[in-house]
Structures are given as C-alpha cells and as structure tokens.
Ligand binder design. Structure first.
Ligand code: PLP
Length: 301
C-alpha cells in the first residue's frame, strides 16, 4: 500500500472560541501525505489498483474534469506501482492545459479529451472501442472512485483515528465515497458530519447504500448549506475565511472541499450546534494543488 494510515498527522487546534464553547477541535492532516496528490484519493484507489494488479492488467483508465484531484492521484498511484494510466478528460482540449492535468502528464498519464456530450456514455465497452482494444486489457475506475471498492479503501483512513475517540467526525463530500468509508469504519457512537460541496445534493443516502452494498449504516448529519454556489464555486467570504484560518492555525485549505468543510464546522461551533465537551475531528482531505488555479495573491499561503 502506498499510503499508511499510521502516517496521518493530527493537529489539535485551540482558540478563545473553542475554549468558550468547551470544544476540542482536531484536524487529521491527510493533506500532508504527499505534496501534490494529498489526501483521501490515494486511499480510495487502493483496492482498485490491487484488483488490477492481481488480474494482470497493465493499464488503468479513469475519468475526471480538468481540475480533478482524482485524475492527479490516479496518475501518481499508477506510476508508483508501474501501471500505465489513461485519463479521459471532460471537455475539449483547452488552449491552456490546467495545472492539475500537467501534474497528470508529469506522472505519465495519457490524456484523452472528450466532448461533454460523450461523457455520460462512458463505460468499459465504450472505452474499449475508443482505445481499439478489449475490456480485458485495462481496468476501469469510475470517476472519483465511486464504487464499493473506493469506499473500502477510504475506510482505511480510520484505522488509527478511532483511537482519538472523537464525538464527531467531519468530512467534505463530492461523490460520498470517502464519507461511506468513514461511516463503515468509525466507532458506532461517533456522529459523522457531511459537508457536500455540490449544490442540491439530495441523493447522499442512496449513494451510501450503493457504496456499502446495501448494508445498514448509521446515518450522517448532512450540512447542506455550505456549497457556496456549487462545485468549485467560491465567493469572497470563503476566500477570506481560508486566509483567516491559515493565519490563526497555520493550516492551508483548498477552495473546492476543505475550505467549505472548515467554514461549516467553525460556523456551527459559533452557533452552538455542538454540545459542550464535543471532541470534533475534521478530516483535511487535501486537494491543495487545486488552489493553483486561483489568481495569484488570492490566498496568503
Ligand atoms: C475528492 C475530494 C473529496 C471528496 O471525496 P469523495 O469521496 O468524492 O466524496 C474531499 N476532499 C478533497 C480534497 C478531495 O479531493
């Protein structure tokens, strides 16, 4: 395994606010696992890569947008275990290729740009035709690792974190794969708090059921009002918050996921959502490379 659950650093942060509210706040720094492909993505990929290797596949094919942390992590993971990787990118080849996609290329990923109209039809047979090969030749990973294998990989994040005995665990939600993994592997009496970064995400419970193979699970608390307009949308208050959070605690966040999650949790602490003596564990799932797409000097870090 290329990431080790034991290597997750925990920051305990303090402030007059937490003291007043009698709250403990811990941040699990998955962003420090690797400087570029930090975070939850490498965990989610683990069992896909294992399955591909045991089936003797030479190539991994996956998909994502131009700023996809999942594509960057897949490229890196494949290179480190000696597999070829192909990334199907949503949207025509742009005039200027994104920082994220350059990272993918640096890690040996072959990029194929697809029309948005084709994108919904992508499956293994479709890809086999596109690559003029047979499905036996490659392993396909759904976007964001959205599959029970991805959730199973994400569950390893909790291996050592359960010992912290948090009352609440908070995570940002994209596909809900990480969330499902955390739900399936955390202590039963821990409340899981989900902060969706997409607008109007109403199918989280359906997603979790799929990801956990319809096993019963403890429902998370979903904070639906912190998407800041939708996926990768931002506004001045979010940027201001990220800069303040960095100044106060020296922890950088990203504007797509972890900035929104931390904003939500700090606001909920201020408004007494958490009972006194809560011990809140926030998962810093990484994603910092995505900040490179912001105009210079937007962030103080
Ligand atoms: C992808 C991602 C998430 C969301 O993970 P899902 O498993 O898709 O819900 C959260 N944080 C960061 C930094 C990510 O890159």
């Amino acid at each position: 395994m290329i990431v080790k659950p034991a290597s997750i650093k925990i920051d305990s942060i303090s402030s007059p606010l937490f003291k007043e509210k009698e709250i403990e706040l811990l941040v699990a720094r998955l962003d420090l696992i690797h400087p570029i492909v930090s975070g939850n993505k490498l965990f989610k990929l683990h069992y896909f890569i294992e399955a591909a290797k045991s089936a003797n596949k030479s190539t991994i094919v996956t998909l994502g947008g131009a700023y996809s942390n999942h594509l960057a992590a897949t490229a890196y993971h494949c290179r480190s275990v000696g597999l070829k990787s192909i990334g199907l990118v949503r949207g025509e080849l742009p005039a200027k290729i994104s920082h994220t996609l350059l990272t993918c290329e640096d890690n040996g990923m072959q990029l194929i740009f697809l029309d948005r109209k084709e994108y919904p039809f992508i499956n293994e047979d479709w890809i086999a035709k596109l690559l003029n090969t047979s499905p036996a030749q490659f392993a396909f990973i759904p976007e964001g690792g959205y599959h029970p294998l991805g959730a199973n990989g994400a569950s390893m994040i909790m291996t050592e974190l359960n010992e912290l005995n948090a009352t609440h665990i908070c995570t940002a939600v994209g596909t809900a794969t990480t969330l499902a993994g955390i739900i399936s592997s955390s202590n039963d009496d821990t409340k899981i708090i989900a902060v969706p970064v997409l607008k109007g995400m109403t199918d989280i419970e359906k997603r979790i059921s799929f990801l956990l193979n319809n096993k019963p699970y403890n429902k998370p608390l979903i904070l639906n009002e912190y998407h800041f307009g939708g996926y990768a949308k931002k506004s001045e208050p979010l940027i201001q918050f990220m800069n303040d959070f960095y100044k106060d605690y020296s922890i950088p966040t990203d504007f797509v996921y972890t900035g929104k999650m931390m904003f939500a949790i700090i606001e909920k602490i201020k408004t007494d959502y958490f009972p006194q003596r809560s011990r809140i564990l926030c998962l810093h799932t990484g994603g910092l490379q995505g900040n490179a797409s912001l105009p210079e000097h937007t962030l103080v870090f």
